[in-house]
Design a protein around this ligand. Structure first.
Ligand SMILES: [Zn+2]
Length: 411
């Protein structure tokens, strides 16, 4: 037995398991057909809880070159609803903090400028920080100046010295993907102006546990955040939380507002509210984490029984949504092309490839519809209604939809 791994946040030994999902390939590593015979690189996918600072995390066992390879750079195709979320955010922040031409808005992992474009359109100076040069170039083409870099203390120091300190610093769903959370948060404190505001969004661990969303766990996602754990990390770097909002994105997210400890922002009631929710769910004690494995095993067993029964009855089940979530679920359960012969996905870049692990062919949605399946297993449960609407034809031949999380549902 090797020694227990250490917490990414505080360095304490990690003795408490949240769930051990076994050895799995990287969930975004779709396979080219010509490579179908080569074995996947697999890595332990083991989520643990730090009993000192309550940071939930997966063992950092994947070499960075395996994650940040050529296939990693991608252009997200943003949904209308997500862009609307971003537009509303820009309006709210501009009004609440009185932003104007003399202020500076900075976004970490700014991608193609999808968010900053709304501030820029209002004449507010913006700066994106984005590690992918190709993506950054697209942002610059849209009039969003972008620094090609990973964000951390080094980048923040450089930008602050160049006069780019932030009145508003935004991070949407990036903090969980950062391997060194201390370096990241130290950078946040470094780049904020004295009264600057940092907003960060992340899937709320409370909802992940409650709704058995274990398929949010994958190697590229290092930490699973509660307000409790985030406040501890922030405190360590001289930041304090002054507001929290609950959002419906990603199955239940938080938007946390933080500032330097000495800044004048007064604490809003949302902070105490979410602290109380987390305390009621025992996220500040072992008890909050102990029954998750049993719930995850039930999701797996119910899915496998459903697939076996459908097969025995001569019914076809096809999948929809070849994304990280689905791959975690399918590989943990051990689903292969024998149980689920194809998965449809709208992304042309994925079509023609095979899922990692299970080697399930990824096809266009039209191909799935031509097969007239009896059941369509929708893997991205957060988009279930949107997907069911897109695949409305399935109802015409009496087909039904299936979701496995939080519990098996045929509808
Ligand atoms: Zn810790």
């Amino acid at each position: 037995m090797s020694a227990a791994p250490r917490c990414l946040g505080c360095g304490a030994a990690l003795e408490l398991t949240l769930v051990d999902l076994g050895h799995q390939p990287l969930s975004n590593a779709n396979v080219r057909p010509e490579d179908a015979g080569s074995p996947d690189r697999v890595f332990a996918l083991h989520a643990r809880v730090c009993e000192e600072c309550w940071l939930v995390q997966v063992d950092a066992v994947v070499p960075p070159d395996a994650i940040f390879n050529d296939d990693y750079a991608y252009f997200s195709s943003y949904s209308e609803s997500w862009l609307e979320h971003c537009r509303t955010y820009a309006t709210e922040m501009t009004e609440r903090f009185g932003l104007g031409p003399s202020n500076q808005v900075v976004e970490i992992a700014s991608n193609d400028g999808y968010l900053l474009q709304y501030f820029a359109a209002d004449g507010i100076p913006v700066l994106g920080v984005e590690p992918s040069a190709n993506t950054a170039a697209v942002a610059v083409g849209k009039g969003v100046p972008t620094e090609v870099a990973f964000f951390g203390f080094g980048t923040a120091t450089r930008l602050a010295a160049a006069g780019r300190s932030a009145d508003l610093l935004a991070a949407k769903n990036v903090m969980a993907h950062v391997p060194d959370i201390n370096d990241f948060v130290a950078g946040v404190a470094e780049i904020l102006k004295p009264e600057g505001v940092f907003t960060v969004e992340f899937p709320h661990l409370l909802r992940t546990l409650e709704r058995v969303q274990f398929d949010q766990i994958y190697h590229e996602h290092f930490t699973y955040l509660s307000l409790l754990a985030v406040e501890r990390v922030f405190q360590r770097h001289g930041l304090r939380v002054f507001d929290v909002q609950e959002l419906s994105t990603h199955g239940g997210s938080l938007r946390v507002f933080a500032c330097l400890a000495a800044a004048g922002h007064t604490e809003a009631p949302g902070v105490a509210h979410v602290r109380a929710l987390e305390h009621a769910a025992a996220l500040d004690a072992r008890a909050g984490y102990l029954d998750f494995t049993a719930k995850v095993e039930k999701v797996r067993d119910d899915l496998m029984s459903f697939l076996a029964e459908a097969r025995a009855a001569g019914r076809t089940v096809l999948g929809y949504g070849a994304a990280a979530k689905g791959n975690t679920l399918l590989n943990y359960a051990g689903v292969t092309a024998s149980e689920l012969p194809m998965i449809a996905d709208r992304s042309a870049a994925k079509q023609g490839r095979l899922t990692p692990g299970g080697r399930i062919p990824i096809v266009a949605p039209e191909t799935l519809l031509e097969e007239r399946p009896d059941y369509v297993l929708i893997l991205p449960w957060n988009l279930r209604d949107e997907v069911a609407e897109q695949l409305g034809d399935v109802r015409a031949w009496g087909g039904r939809f299936v979701t496995a999380v939080p519990s098996l549902e045929v509808w």
